[in-house]
Design a protein around this ligand. Structure first.
Ligand code: HEM
Length: 397
């Protein structure tokens, strides 16, 4: 790796809390820099991150090497034909018809139930009581699990993500491997039930999915995909929800806009995703030598495409450091680039579009708690550590 490249501590608290000044500096002066803690190149310009969709240069092999055995065969670790086949078979379940029906029958009741449970409360950590619970319960329903399995699912999930290649060792590895087997065991009855009684559902759609030639997901691929739904969809959606609520509550003019114009909701959500991407980087390994912004990157290098840096690139976004809830066009890449672009984006958007207006309507006088000091944390998926709000005085009808 070239010695002239600057190094940035991606794991430092300050960088995690507010990476934008550092990222902006580098995007302007040295668009490729080096991570201080791991041998990785970080790309900051929109066009360079977008170019990471080129599968002839950038591969998912790094993700497979780090977590392949824990996660089993799953889309995010696959390249080219294998990826296209898996994604093709699974994408039918993320079509608008399936997601809209799921939103109506599952997400709306989950949100309303959680909001009803907050009646009479004032000071709460919204991350804990709402932002995490909405996607958790919703993904449990996607997996065909009922409320009585949620405790077991939650514990298995904690173990599943215990292993982090940067910071953990054998004990965490063993916990994650055990969680893989535990999750397969927990999910098997729901899969069997759905096979016997295939009503219209997300799970039933995947189980039915096959190509014209009769190709279907193998059992391994099916469970690999199902086990990956929580790691892919939980903290990301939680973070998107929490960030959006925080950004709206801390800008009275945006709240006002949302209250007066329902059509303002969708662009405001997109702006929040641009402003603060829940996943900080797309991670790839180069499979051939390449040159980015004048920097030679050899084959077999780890490359991190900074979504936050790209989403503030003035070559693509006018006044990128202004939070503009009406921004249009807004071609942010918080959901990634190329063939691996988030398959769950329609579900995440549906969740945000259902949860936010209902929350604001139920608690019209909600404010950020006095004295609350926001702290963003997490190297790769970055979020507010908590979101303290005052839900406002109880309203009598
Ligand atoms: C706001 C919430 C979400 C954000 C910001 C987000 C972000 C992303 C990003 C950036 C990627 C690409 C990663 C890469 O290329 O390295 C991705 C992929 C993926 N996401 Fe999401 N995601 C969200 C919600 C969800 C949900 C709710 C699900 C499913 C329940 C989901 C399932 C997936 C899957 C399966 C992939 C891999 C797709 C592939 O490899 O083809 N995501 N997501």
């Amino acid at each position: 790796m070239g010695t002239a490249l600057a190094q940035v501590e991606l794991l430092s608290d300050d960088f995690q809390h507010d990476p934008i000044p550092t990222l902006t500096y580098h995007r302007e002066h040295q668009p490729v820099f080096q991570a201080a803690e791991i041998p990785a190149y970080v790309l900051t310009r929109f066009e360079d991150v977008l170019a990471m969709r080129n599968q002839e240069i950038y591969s998912m092999a790094i993700l497979k090497a780090m977590r392949g055995e824990i996660d089993g065969p799953t889309m995010i670790q696959m390249d080219k034909e294998e990826h296209a086949r898996n994604r093709g078979l699974i994408s039918v379940a993320f079509r608008a018809k399936v997601i809209n029906q799921f939103a109506e029958t599952e997400i709306i009741p989950i949100v309303e139930d959680l909001l009803a449970g907050l009646a009479g409360r004032r000071q709460v950590d919204l991350n804990e009581v709402f932002c995490e619970k909405v996607p958790f319960r919703s993904i449990a329903r996607l997996l065909g699990l009922q409320t009585d399995s949620e405790g077991a699912l939650s514990e298995l999930y904690r173990d599943q993500i215990a292993f982090n290649p940067l910071q953990s060792g054998e004990e965490e590895w063993n916990r994650s491997i055990r969680a893989r087997d535990g999750l397969t065991e927990l999910l098997s009855p729901a899969v069997e039930r759905t096979r016997k009684d295939p009503r219209d559902s997300f799970l039933a759609t995947i189980l039915r999915s096959e190509t014209k030639g009769g190709d279907k997901l193998s059992e391994e691929e099916l469970f690999g995909f199902l086990r990956f739904l929580l790691p892919a969809g939980l903290e990301t959606t939680m973070s998107a929800l929490s960030n959006a609520i925080y950004h709206f509550l801390s800008r009275p003019e945006v709240l006002e806009l949302l209250r007066n114009d329902p059509a303002a909701l969708n662009p405001a959500i997109e702006e929040s995703l641009r402003w603060h991407a829940p996943i900080s980087y797309v991670t790839r390994m180069t499979v051939q030598d390449t040159t980015v912004a004048g920097v030679d990157i050899p084959a077999m290098s780890v490359v991190l495409g900074s979504l936050n840096a790209a989403n503030r690139d003035p070559d693509v976004f006018t006044d990128p450091d202004v939070f503009d809830p009406r921004r249009s066009p807004n071609k942010h890449i918080a959901f990634g680039v190329g063939v691996h672009t988030c398959i769950g984006a329609p579900l995440a958007r549906a969740t945000l579009r259902i949860a936010i207006p209902r929350l604001l309507e139920r608690f019209p006088e909600m404010t950020i708690s006095a004295g609350f000091e926001p702290r963003f944390s997490g190297a790769f998926d970055n979020r507010l550590t908590r979101l303290d709000v005052d839900l406002g005085p109880v309203r009598t009808a």
